[in-house]
Ligand binder design. Structure first.
Ligand SMILES: O=C(O)[C@H](O)[C@@H](O)[C@H](O)[C@H](O)COP(=O)(O)O
Length: 258
């Protein structure tokens, strides 16, 4: 079968963070409905950083069927779940503690394996295999939605500029011990997993993102980690940003309809 070109990236930019949060919640609710209508479940991956608080539009939202969500972490810091650095803790404090999601639907690190990164990442890969095997995975899992942030150096998940993991083609979950952003030990989805998702959404807000967003969208040939997110057909890549972050971007914005 011939490879089809990736769909063009959709850039949605909003006047302020509240408008971004509201539209993002609307978008996620729609993606959730499409997925549940088709398969009775919704598979999502979340990141850390500022992303969890941008999901606040989901709190108290009656269209969200939390019992149908299966949540994974696109990257996670190798720390106990109650450690302030844990992405799971941030997502719990800012979202999961405020909504009726069953605890078993949130797939966390096996914290008995924190001392062995190889075992830890293998165990998380097996957790994905259990969820996706014989459902919608072929060689790689097909998430309904992966939500990512972009760091000031253009990293995403725990895929950092110049790191050897940018070339990983086989593993679903990889680990690193030399993350330039602390803490140094992390596990991360690899590009094949990110790029097989049905929808990948980057969320970035604030004027401190302006130069990097321009680099990533207007100069993708530079190969920054965020620019390497290119979902394979029919997957679609979206950016949800605010006008402060997109002020310098030439790439065309798409009108977003609520
Ligand atoms: O665990 C992590 O560190 C994150 O998953 C990371 O990839 C984050 O999403 C970016 O660094 C953006 O962070 P901000 O949204 O805070 O800028």
């Amino acid at each position: 079968m011939a490879h089809q070109a990736p769909n063009a990236t959709i850039l949605n930019s909003f006047p302020d963070t509240d408008a971004l949060v509201e539209s993002l919640a609307f978008f996620i609710a729609k993606a959730q409905k499409d997925s549940i209508d088709k398969k009775g479940r919704f598979t999502v991956a979340l990141s850390g950083g500022s992303l969890p608080k941008m999901l606040r539009g989901l709190i108290g939202n009656p269209s969200i069927k939390w019992d149908k969500w299966q949540v994974f972490y696109a990257d996670e810091r190798v720390v106990p779940l109650e450690d302030p650095d844990s992405n799971h803790l941030a997502c719990t404090n800012l979202l999961f503690s405020k909504v009726p999601i069953p605890k078993d639907n949130i797939h966390v690190l096996d914290t008995s394996l924190l001392d062995d990164l190889e075992e830890l990442s293998d165990a998380y890969e097996k957790e994905l295999i259990r969820e996706f095997a014989q459902k919608d995975a072929a060689r790689f899992p097909v998430f309904d939605l992966i939500l990512l942030g972009m760091g000031p150096d253009g990293h995403t998940a725990s895929l950092f500029p110049g790191h050897e993991l940018l070339a990983e083609e086989d593993r679903w979950i990889a680990y690193l011990e030399d993350s330039p952003k602390p803490p140094p030990k992390r596990i991360t989805f690899t590009y094949p997993v990110i790029n097989h998702a049905a929808r990948v959404v980057f969320v970035a807000a604030g004027k401190e993102k302006v130069e990097m967003l321009k680099q990533v969208l207007d100069n993708p040939e530079a190969g920054l980690p965020a620019s390497r997110v290119k979902p394979v057909h029919p997957g679609q890549l979206y950016w949800f940003v605010d006008d402060a972050a997109s002020a310098a971007v030439q790439y065309p914005r798409s009108p977003f309809k609520l």
